[in-house]
Design a protein. Structure first.
Length: 476
């Protein structure tokens, strides 16, 4: 049967149009960057071998089957290499040690960290550091910040003998005023600290939520972890969770509340230290599986940032790592000299290892959290506790795997979980069209060995390619 005139006309139009469309594709403007024939890995899409990733104007525009060639201004051959999303350090203090502040951006990028979350510092200092990192001319990670820690009437980090990271919230009126001030300063989230009362905690949460600010924190000592967890989006260090995982946790709480009356008027730092000394290891020894199951059930929507490289430092000292001398060489000279001397004294004096009870418990608790479906985020507390900026994030992922997370889940902790905290999973944390172009190219498979995240060939930050020479030049 002969085709109708209408069908014949449609076929003719299609035939004529096809070459024109092909010509349009070939004539399309080239992408800014193509990474070709690479194995793409992320926590949502899994492992995708032989892909070409195209980047234009700071965003991923395509993840295609690898062609023979790509139309791009710059092309990187990814054959035999592995591409992961840019890493986050989800717990950073940019201004804790002024000697490191200026060096941190380069150190982070040098180690593949393309985003950071500053979890506490004096407001003026932190906002100045953030402005510098966000300047159009800055070559720096993306940065999100909280400003000062929202502490209680007693402030742990009050500037006496330690940096002034916290501010007092002695009552609900002060809490309301402080949240308003932080919101006006442009903070990205709020961090609630350990010395607040339940009444002040309630107001801080209410005021932060009213402004659309995510909430991070430590479990306040006058509260239980199971009642705090559901009301915040992330918690740090596993701190004070052990006290709610013990037998008869209500008795421990009553004792803490009594001592928090602080009749001797000791400093916030001393009061907190005394309470930790009194209850932390005792609570670990009195661990109750049934109580802890209830705690973990209450935290299934709360990202836990365990900072295992800090909690379990006695199990994996930075001073004994084979690459520690090379890492010290990247740090400012005065910091490197101080940290090197401390390490040498520790090793040469044969100092007894620090008690590993809490470190081992931290690993076990993270394993239980993972098995219970509690989300885990990767943060380091840089630069506290010899946390070399950038490098320490890789140590944290190593410890997460040691605790029982599969390597893909350790990657999720350092890529997607932080994006979820800020409601940015639609544009950060995975490798897909439309996502911000923050990427790390590795020479070895991180799913075979998580330490392969240190084998960095190149970093893409905000769409800009930094090869090994450019990354080396970032270290001062």
């Amino acid at each position: 049967m002969r085709p109708s005139f209408a069908r014949f006309a449609l076929l003719l139009v299609s035939a004529l149009a096809t070459p024109a469309l092909g010509a349009q594709r070939s004539a399309a403007a080239p992408a800014d960057l193509a990474i070709t024939n690479v194995t793409v890995i992320d926590a949502v899409n899994g492992v995708r071998p032989a892909r070409t990733v195209l980047v234009t104007n700071g965003r991923i525009v395509a993840v295609n089957d690898a062609p023979q060639s790509a139309n791009a201004k710059t092309t990187v051959d990814g054959t035999g290499r592995f591409l992961i999303p840019g890493l986050w350090d989800f717990h950073v203090h940019l201004t804790y040690d002024a000697r490191l502040t200026a060096a941190m951006p380069g150190l982070f990028l040098n180690h593949g960290i393309t985003s950071i979350r500053d979890t506490g510092g004096e407001l003026g200092l932190v906002t100045a550091a953030v402005r510098a990192l966000r300047a159009d001319s800055a070559l720096a990670p993306r940065v999100f910040f909280a400003g000062p820690l929202m502490d209680g009437a007693s402030v742990v980090y009050d500037g006496t003998g330690r940096p002034p990271l916290g501010i007092a919230n002695p009552d609900v009126a002060a809490a309301r005023a402080n949240i308003a001030r932080l919101a006006a300063a442009g903070v990205d989230f709020v961090k609630i600290y350990e010395m607040v009362t339940p009444e002040v905690f309630d107001v801080l949460v209410t005021e932060a939520r009213a402004r659309g600010l995510p909430i991070d924190g430590h479990v306040p000592l006058m509260m239980r972890a199971r009642e705090v967890g559901p009301r915040v989006q992330s918690l740090e260090h596993l701190r004070n969770i052990e006290m709610d995982c013990a037998a008869q946790p209500e008795q421990l709480l009553a004792e803490r509340r009594q001592r928090m009356l602080n009749p001797e008027a000791v400093s916030g730092f001393t009061l907190r230290s005394n309470l930790h000394t009194l209850q932390r290891l005792a609570a670990v020894a009195a661990f109750d599986a049934r109580e802890c199951a209830q705690v973990l059930a209450a935290m299934r929507n709360t990202i836990q940032v365990p900072t295992l490289r800090l909690n379990a430092m006695g199990l994996r000292s930075p001073f004994t790592r084979s690459d520690w001398p090379a890492i010290l060489a990247k740090l400012p000279a005065d910091v490197a000299a101080e940290w090197r001397a401390t390490g040498e004294r520790t090793v040469q004096m044969g100092a007894p290892p620090r008690d590993s009870t809490y470190g081992e418990f931290s690993l076990r608790l993270v394993r239980m959290m993972h098995e219970a479906g509690v989300p885990i985020g990767a943060g380091t507390d840089t630069p506290i506790g010899f946390a070399a900026p950038g490098y320490s994030l890789h140590s944290e992922m190593e410890m997460l795997v040691r605790a029982g997370l599969p390597p893909m889940e350790a990657l999720r902790a350092a890529t997607l979980r932080p994006a979820e905290f800020f409601g940015r999973a639609g544009e950060m944390g995975t490798i897909a069209p439309g996502m911000l172009a923050d990427l790390v190219l590795l020479s070895a498979d991180p799913l075979v060995d998580i330490t392969n995240t240190k084998r960095i060939e190149a970093v893409v930050t905000k769409g800009r390619l930094l090869d090994r020479a450019a990354l080396a030049a970032l270290v001062r």
